[in-house]
Structure formats: C-alpha cells, structure tokens
Design a protein around this ligand. Structure first.
Ligand SMILES: [Fe+2]
Length: 286
C-alpha cells in the first residue's frame, strides 16, 4: 500500500486525472498470469510483462477509453489463485479509471474466473453462460465473444447461442462499424488449434458489412491479413511469452476512426524491430 505522502505521485491517481481519448483502446492478449508472481515460463516473468504494459498505459498523456484482454488471462489451467493475482495486477488500471474488459481463452476456467472477478459474474451478459459483451462506443461497436469450450483443450468453439446473439445484435446495430474480439484464431485450412466453428462465424460476419475486423490472440504471434470479404484479421501479440523466437511480445494501441483503425505495436522490449510499427486498417465498404 502507498503511504500518504506518496499518494500524489501514484500513477493510477495521475492517470485518473488525465483527459480520456474516446477513440484510444489498448488491445492485450495472452497474459498467462500465475498465482505466484515470481513464476517464469519460457524465460519470462508474466507478472512483470503485465506490469510493464500497465505502467505504460497509466503513463499515456491521454487515458485510453478502455483495455481489452482477448483471453488466456490465467497461466495454464485457470486456477482461482491465478485470478486473485490477476485482480491485484489489474487494480492500478482500474484505479486509473481505465475500464478493463476481459475475454476467456483455452487456459481459463470460467467458473473460477467468475468467482474471483465478482463484478464479471454479476455483470449482465447477453449470452447467459458465456463471458460475452457488447461495448458500444461513438466510433465502433466492440463484440467480445467467448471461445473457451474446455479448459486446456487447444481449439475453441463459440456455439449456436453466441451466433444467434451476434447476428441479432449486429442486425440491430447495422450503421456503426463492428469489431469482433475472440481468443481463438480462425480455424482455417492449414492451421490447427483454432476456432472449430469459424465457418459458421464467417457466415454471420461476412455478409454483415458493418463487421470490419476480427481480432484474436491464441497463437502468440503478431500478424494481420485480410479475409477475401474485406474483413481484417488481426492476431495480437502476447503480453506474456512468445512461442517463436524473434516474435514480439507486447500489446497494440488501437485508435478508432469512422473509416478505419490505426494500430501501433508496443513491444515489451522497446528495442525489438517491430516496436512502434504502425498498421493502418481501412474499413471495407458497407
Ligand atoms: Fe495463450
């Protein structure tokens, strides 16, 4: 805890006083936070990586409108204690008035997650049994879906209830660009361990031209490409460890505008060649 005299210098308190940029968003994935803060995996300390990102977010001259964590919040099997540590690590962001929106991945456990993050459990969810949300903002509607089918099983599944809600909600919100956030990558030809029902997902989102991007984590790789329909597919880097040597770990600073999205890669290692890389996505026509 902070002593009284140092309160004035708390990064959270400082962040809370800064103006909000309504179009600025922090996109994070694959935190893999373990109960034990000192835990190291693949040569990195996951807690330290999240703290580096959190410190950077709190120091931005303008406060982002929100933070998304696109799944794999927990280290491996989604233990209650992992989420207790995660809650503590997210406190500075919440104290800095940065809303944090969490999605689940295959290393999460839904009941443990809800038990530890009480406010998530009591939040009104449009699809009762899943961690699903619509975050409506001036420039864009963010759809957070839940692809956790079974903890520790690599592939994911959305299921019919989420497709029904997504289709219905997109139809009711057709004039504003929509971005879909899902932990799992599309399970397209040649890839394993992705979203098992991605064809059904594409059947919902391809014809609904307001859907502009599908953003995911899971593979721990920073990549982006375009579906033939014009939907942007964005693979976020992991905040935690990389799988392939040379890939960046970090987060993406996204800035929304009516006709697209500016993404800036923020590396944990600021000497990484991709740190500061800017990718400008232009939305497909309606
Ligand atoms: Fe992961």
């Amino acid at each position: 805890m902070l002593a009284g005299a140092s309160l004035a210098l708390s990064p959270s308190l400082l962040a809370a006083t800064r103006p909000v940029d309504e179009n600025s968003w922090a996109l994070l994935a694959d935190l893999h936070i373990a109960a034990d803060r000192t835990r190291v995996a693949r040569e990195i300390n996951m807690t330290r990586h999240l703290q580096i990102v959190s410190d950077e977010l709190l120091a931005l001259p303008k406060r982002p409108a929100g933070v998304f964590v696109v799944g794999d919040c927990a280290y491996n099997s989604g233990e209650k204690e992992d989420y207790a540590t995660l809650t503590d690590l997210l406190d500075p962001l919440r104290g800095g008035k940065l809303p944090v929106h969490l999605a689940l991945g295959n290393h999460d456990q839904r009941e443990n997650f809800w038990e530890a993050l009480k406010e998530e459990k009591t939040a009104k969810r449009p699809v009762e049994e899943r961690q699903v949300a619509l975050i409506a903002t001036p420039e864009v509607n963010w759809f957070v879906l839940d692809s956790l089918e079974k903890t520790l099983q690599t592939p994911g599944l959305l299921g019919q209830a989420q497709f029904d809600w997504l289709a219905k909600t997109l139809d009711a919100n057709s004039t504003k660009p929509a971005i879909v956030l899902i932990h799992h990558n599309p399970g397209i030809l040649g890839t394993i361990g992705g979203l098992k029902d991605s064809e059904a997902l594409f059947e919902v989102i391809r014809p609904r031209k307001q859907v502009k991007a599908y953003i995911f984590g899971h593979t721990h790789r920073w990549m982006h490409w375009e579906d033939p329909s014009g939907i942007h597919l964005v693979n976020l880097p992991p905040v935690a460890y990389i799988f392939q040597k040379g890939d960046p770990a970090g987060w993406v600073h996204a800035t929304t505008r009516r006709d697209g999205l500016r993404m800036e890669l923020r590396g944990i290692d600021t000497a990484h060649k991709d740190h500061g890389q800017v990718v400008d996505l232009k939305w497909r026509a309606v």
